[in-house]
Design a protein around this ligand. Structure first.
Ligand SMILES: CC(C)(COP(=O)(O)OP(=O)(O)OC[C@H]1O[C@@H](n2cnc3c(N)ncnc32)[C@H](O)[C@@H]1OP(=O)(O)O)[C@@H](O)C(=O)NCCC(=O)NCCS
Length: 147
């Protein structure tokens, strides 16, 4: 594969991140929500993956004291199964650990087997369920933690 660059997201990446939201999620974040979170939320940290100038993945997190709440992980369909999400999570976790984040959590749709497999491979364990959490289809959310 061409060179993979993983770097902190910047203002110029917001449109590409919005595009990833549109193709990857049934309930995508809006441009305005992403813009606010990336530029104004002091707790948030976003990284993107770039291949040949194309932003093909991103990860976002809110760091609340020593806990990191991963908000979204997405990779463009054409770039999947190339360990891009895996690499982004490694960089995200290492970067957050450097500033004192010790525990990481996220919620994932119960039926999202690719994401659950990805997170399990990164040491996340299923610890609970929020029944009917997702408003679009009433799907359960699995709560995962990496201690
Ligand atoms: C989930 C997602 C981010 C994975 O991105 P990716 O870059 O393809 O994942 P990686 O290539 O880094 O995969 C790492 C590991 O995760 C697991 N995995 C990833 N995709 C998988 C799939 N479709 N089926 C089974 N396991 C999968 C595998 O264990 C894989 O390791 P392997 O390829 O050596 O077997 C991507 O499928 C995606 O964007 N999905 C839509 C958005 C989404 O659901 N995000 C998560 C929200 S909680």
């Amino acid at each position: 594969m061409a060179q993979l660059i993983i770097r902190q997201a910047e203002e110029r990446d917001i449109m590409a991140i919005e595009g990833l939201e549109q193709v990857c999620f049934s309930d995508p974040w809006s441009y305005e929500s992403l813009e606010h979170d990336i530029l104004n939320n002091k707790l948030s940290f976003y990284i993107v993956a770039e291949v040949e100038g194309v932003v093909c993945g991103y990860v976002g997190i809110w760091n609340i004291v020593d806990e990191g709440h991963i908000t979204n992980v997405a990779v463009s369909p054409d770039y999947r199964r190339k360990h891009i999400a895996s690499n982004m999570l490694d960089v995200l976790i290492a970067s957050c650990q450097e500033v004192g984040v010790e525990r990481f959590t996220l919620e994932v749709r119960a039926g999202n087997e690719p994401a659950k497999a990805l997170y399990a491979g990164k040491g996340f364990r299923e610890v609970g369920v929020r029944a009917g959490y997702y408003q679009d289809n009433g799907e359960d959310a699995i709560i995962m933690w990496r201690e």
